[in-house]
Design a protein around this ligand. Structure first.
Ligand SMILES: C[S@@+](CC[C@H](N)C(=O)[O-])C[C@H]1O[C@@H](n2cnc3c(N)ncnc32)[C@H](O)[C@@H]1O
Length: 319
């Protein structure tokens, strides 16, 4: 996946006047903070330079993850989505992703850190009219109450920064603010998975309906020590490769998400949990179904063979 050209330009414009050594140092600080300090409600990124570094090294991946999660979600939704509330918006990755897939009328971004808020807002001036007109509000998910409502709420890579108690309180507010759909995207790690599993259970107990990835509304069927996540591939800039000291022209971002709705929509027959194994005349899929996790062997005679040939990890199949 490529970032929209307007977003690539917006990221590059932030760099004017930025010193490479500072950027490299901030990249390392961010990596360390996110690796060691998440999940404790700490402020992990507070300075302008760090927000700029975030836009270069993390925003492309979070854009990609939200884009993928939204694609999976929108496959099953047939309502009109006009308004977006981006919670813990950072530099606005989720809004850029939603704006590239949905014909929105308005966007509101809530963010606690001035540095992120200012840089995110400035970057959106390079985007569509709707991004340009987005409203940014300084908001602390723990201390403040969300008063806005929107058709679509996205909270991307933010809930894992809160501690357990505040995470569920924040989810309560997210659900209150949801007129139609809420999408929560998190890193694809076992820790974020177990946090999201609790969030899923909580939302279902509040009457939310599951859109994706799970093709059912029962308790998660994976064994206790197992977890699921998805992946998206994003093209990298030369600067990104230099800062992250990697050679590949792309990065694979592992992520997890849940999409829930107020109204019930149709659901998939199954969700593919791993890379499909393709043999001659047979495709083996590890899938999550309504009532079980299983290996589906799909041969040429199977009605889903054509669909399975194109299917990838994370896709739904049937339904
Ligand atoms: C990892 S960044 C994700 C930013 C953006 N959503 C994305 O996907 O790229 C997490 C963001 O959540 C914000 N955040 C963390 N705790 C918050 C809180 N209590 N209230 C509001 N924003 C918060 C941080 O300031 C940061 O901008």
């Amino acid at each position: 996946m490529e970032l929209p050209i307007e977003l690539r330009i917006a990221i590059e414009e932030q760099l004017i006047g930025t010193n490479y050594a500072t950027l490299k140092q901030d990249t390392q600080t961010l990596s360390k903070n996110y690796r060691t300090e998440s999940g404790q409600g700490k402020r992990l990124l507070t300075k302008d330079d760090e927000a700029i570094a975030y836009s270069v090294v993390r925003m492309p991946a979070t854009y990609g993850a939200v884009h993928k999660a939204l694609e999976y979600t929108l496959d099953f939704v047939d309502c009109k989505i006009e308004t977006l509330l981006d919670i813990g918006a950072g530099t606005g990755a989720a809004s850029w992703a939603a704006n590239s897939l949905i014909d929105l009328d308005s966007i509101i971004c809530l963010e606690r850190e001035n540095a992120m808020l200012q840089i995110g807002q400035k970057m959106m001036k390079n985007g569509s009219r709707i991004l340009n007109n987005s409203k940014w509000i300084k908001h602390d998910l723990v201390r403040d109450t969300i008063t806005e409502k929107a058709d679509l709420i996205i909270a991307s890579y933010v809930l894992n920064e809160l501690d357990d108690d505040n995470r569920i309180k924040a989810v309560d507010q997210i659900w209150e603010a949801t007129s139609k759909i809420a999408v929560i995207v998190e890193p694809g790690t076992p820790t974020a998975f177990s946090q999201l599993k609790k969030v899923r259970e909580y939302l279902l107990s509040k009457g939310a309906h599951m859109i994706a990835p799970c093709p059912h509304e029962e308790s998660c069927l994976l064994p206790q020590n197992d977890w699921c996540h998805f992946s998206c591939r994003i093209q990298r800039s030369k600067l990104h490769r230099q800062l992250k000291e990697g050679d590949a022209p792309y990065e694979d971002e592992k992520f997890m998400y849940i999409a829930v709705s107020r109204e019930q929509y149709r659901n998939a027959e199954a969700r593919i949990l791993r890379h499909p194994i393709v043999d001659k005349g047979r495709i083996t899929l590890d899938v999550c179904k309504e009532d079980k996790i299983e290996k589906m062997m799909i041969t040429k005679k199977h009605e889903l063979y054509k669909e399975a040939r194109k299917a990838q990890w994370g896709d739904s199949i049937g339904g």
